[in-house]
Design a protein around this ligand. Structure first.
Ligand code: PMP
Length: 390
């Protein structure tokens, strides 16, 4: 029996980038103590008060089919939050609640791409991007950013790829690079989108994790609200990765159609999860800062460790829970380095090559283990790189 080209072609013939990760998991299954700096998930769990509210909501009966677009209460809270953070007029009619940011990314591309349309994305990229675009029946076309620009995309590189394309996907603060797009970068992106009539899909799931500079939502730039779909999520900001609660914010006309898509795909997000999200968001900025604090702390700690050596260079770590480290002084690819580090020291990191080709010769380190162990692992990693570079 034929299995659809759309699904068999989802990965586009590339590996999925998780080979080192899977090898580390295999070692762990065999009883090896591996220090995992791979996956983008907090080392804390969802806070107890949020879980208590989720329990309360479920016990009070919010366990049936929830409103498909999301509850009016949560949509309103998201709209108010977006308005507060960006100044762009936003109502609940601009918001669709989705099962996580991942589902929002898919929905956003389905909303703007017809089958065969070209959807642009930037390399290095979050590992699921090309598959998500192909899953939405788009032709995924990547645009290189450059290590020498600290992976800030150049407007002219995007413009060169934009002819005939339908949309551009960006992500700031960025996974995997930890870079926050500057105002000049965002202005350039907005100009290219307007000049080429592109939709902009802005993945802002790390918007509460900014260590340096400011988070700019391109929906707030002149004449961009009508062509921008923002993807958001409770996962990173509130340590609620497993709750699967995210959203798309965009023009009312798009959201109207996305509600139809949700009706025919997910049928919404559980009501007790949405209630817990309302509760979590009501904790305000201090709580979000508390969730971000370990990464902020470890980023400072990493800067201290890295300042003491020359073999590993840190790409400006401006936001998100990752460090992008340049290991080209070792003469190895990111993948070879990651494999060697795993073998020699049982430390697992992601090769830059897992995220495309622009970050070749780099590795991504997730700042997701406890401080002392994180410092030890980084010191070992640097000493290992120094021994290889020598
Ligand atoms: N975008 C980026 C850049 C991510 O790193 C992630 C998760 N790692 C997501 C979207 C999706 O997150 P979620 O579905 O948990 O909201």
């Amino acid at each position: 029996m034929h299995i659809s080209n759309r699904i068999t072609g989802l990965l586009g013939g590339d590996g999925d980038g998780w080979e080192v990760f899977n090898r580390a998991r295999g070692m762990i299954a065999e009883g090896v103590a591996v220090t995992e700096l791979t996956i983008g998930e907090h080392d804390i769990r969802t806070a107890a008060p949020i879980l208590q509210d989720m329990h309360r909501a479920a016990m009070s009966g919010h366990t049936g089919y929830a409103s498909v677009p999301g509850t009016a209460q949560l949509r309103r809270v998201i709209a108010e939050r977006v308005m507060e953070r960006t100044g762009v007029p936003t109502t609940l009619d601009n918001v669709l609640i989705t099962p996580g940011g991942q589902s929002a990314l898919f929905a956003a591309h389905v909303a703007v791409c017809d089958p065969g349309d070209t959807a642009l994305y930037l390399d290095p990229y979050y590992a699921t991007y090309p598959g998500t675009l192909r899953g939405a029946s788009a032709v995924a076309k990547r645009i290189q950013t450059r290590a020498e620009d600290a992976f800030q995309p150049r407007a002219q590189d995007i413009a060169a790829a934009a002819k005939g394309a339908t949309c551009l996907l960006i992500n700031s603060p960025n996974n995997p690079t930890g870079v926050v797009y500057s105002r000049a970068t965002m202005d350039g992106i907005a100009e290219v989108c307007k000049a080429n009539d592109l939709w902009l899909i802005s993945d802002e799931v790390y918007d509460t994790q900014v260590w340096e500079g400011e988070h700019i939502s391109p929906r707030a730039l002149p004449d961009m609200a009508e062509r921008t779909l923002v993807v958001g999520s409770m996962s990173k900001s509130h340590a609620m990765t497993g709750s699967r609660c995210g959203w798309v914010v965009g023009p009312e006309a798009v959201i109207e159609h996305l509600i139809n898509l949700a009706t025919h795909t997910t049928y919404g997000v559980p009501g007790f999860i949405q209630d817990a999200a309302v509760f979590a968001l009501a904790q305000g900025a201090p709580f979000e800062e508390e969730i971000a604090a370990p990464f902020r702390r470890r980023r400072t700690l990493a800067q201290e460790v890295l300042a003491k050596q020359n073999a590993v260079a840190l790409v400006p770590a401006q936001g998100a829970m990752y460090l992008m480290l340049d290991v080209r002084s070792t003469g190895m690819s990111g993948e070879a380095f990651a494999n060697a580090l795993l073998d020699a020291h049982h430390i697992a990191v992601m090769p830059g090559e897992s995220f495309g080709t622009a970050a070749a010769g780099h590795i991504r380190v997730a700042m997701t283990i406890e401080d002392a162990a994180f410092r030890d692992a980084l010191e070992t990693l640097c000493a290992f790189a120094e021994s290889l570079a020598a």
